[in-house]
Design a protein around this ligand. Sequence first.
Ligand code: PLP
Length: 394
Amino acid sequence: MKSFLVDQDGYYGEFGGAYVPEILHKCVEELKNTYLEVLESEDFKKEFDQLLRDYVGRPSPLYLARRLSEKYGCKMYLKREDLNHTGAHKINNTIGQILLARRMGKKRIIAETGAGQHGVATATVCALMDMECIVYMGKTDVERQHINVEKMKMLGATVIPVTSGNMTLKDATNEAIRDWCCHPADTYYIIGSTVGPHPYPDMVARLQSVISEEIKKQLMEKEGRDHPDYLIACVGGGSNAAGTIYHYINDERVGIILAEAGGKGIETGMTAATIQLGKMGIIHGARTYVIQNEDGQIEEPYSISAGLDYPGIGPIHANLAAQRRATVLAVNDDEAIHAAYELTKLEGIIPALESAHALGALKKLKFKPEDVVVLTVSGRGDKDIETYLSFNEK
Ligand SMILES: *Cc1c(COP(=O)(O)O)cnc(C)c1O
């Protein structure tokens, strides 16, 4: 049977793999040879599950959104990752990876961050586990995301502003990789999404797969069947989407809809719609679609949502799109903003701007009244209030 999960060599179809400098080859090999054994051990599972329950607050609710259902003519459930500790799904991944790092005997944790959400989730688990934490962040982002920088510092992390390139996420990632090259023996690099060299995309997908594991149980209770007709999630690098679809990926009864950031429109050049506009390339150690110019230089993406503002895409999703297993829609800034106001007014839930892109896809879809739809609200909107207010929609 055709599988959309990773193969023996770390590929999803023609996407993925591990394209790393010679000096990191050993680190990536070590991780590859360790992660499955650790993630599948009883000892890891016990500690991970306990922290997800008592620290993160899982399981997150699966909420039947009555007014949203009426509006879109289906049975619409929201998977409430916004209710997690630290306000989004990212904590599921950082807890899993720090438990792995500890079991590998690593002493020093490094991470890259764009908007600062992954940096905060990493600094949080480092405080929890009493481990040294260094976060690389583009200088432009340090200035734009002041509150998250202060949170990371309060949590005990060292934030290093990166001044190369455009001083954003891509440059922070390069710097984190450089650090890893210099300290391969004692340092563990926590990547924040289903990106990077194999085994990261598969590892992050597995750690986030708790989302679809819960959806299965919750739908069984509420609907008497364990699968929906459609799953909808936003994609930056693709981790909340990977978690949402993981246990349904080979189940063709379930439609998969991914919302990427259209920015100001895919034809404007100010966009982060990587799946629609990207060409095959290598980014952060993986072969995947990349927004690049004719010389193969990575172009700066744009989205109103910092979490979706990434010039690559997880190889798992690139393959789902190439194989037409998933439908990919570009949702523009204004459509996302409108959808955020709509959810707030209909259901009393202020979503993160990223999640608002998943909601913005609803207007582009047609459902049957009996369709069961699950949409993942990846995070809460507290961090985005100023952006929302600047649109001041009545
Ligand atoms: C970071 C972030 C995203 C995008 O990351 P993925 O890896 O694509 O999930 C989406 N939603 C929220 C709330 C985020 O913080």
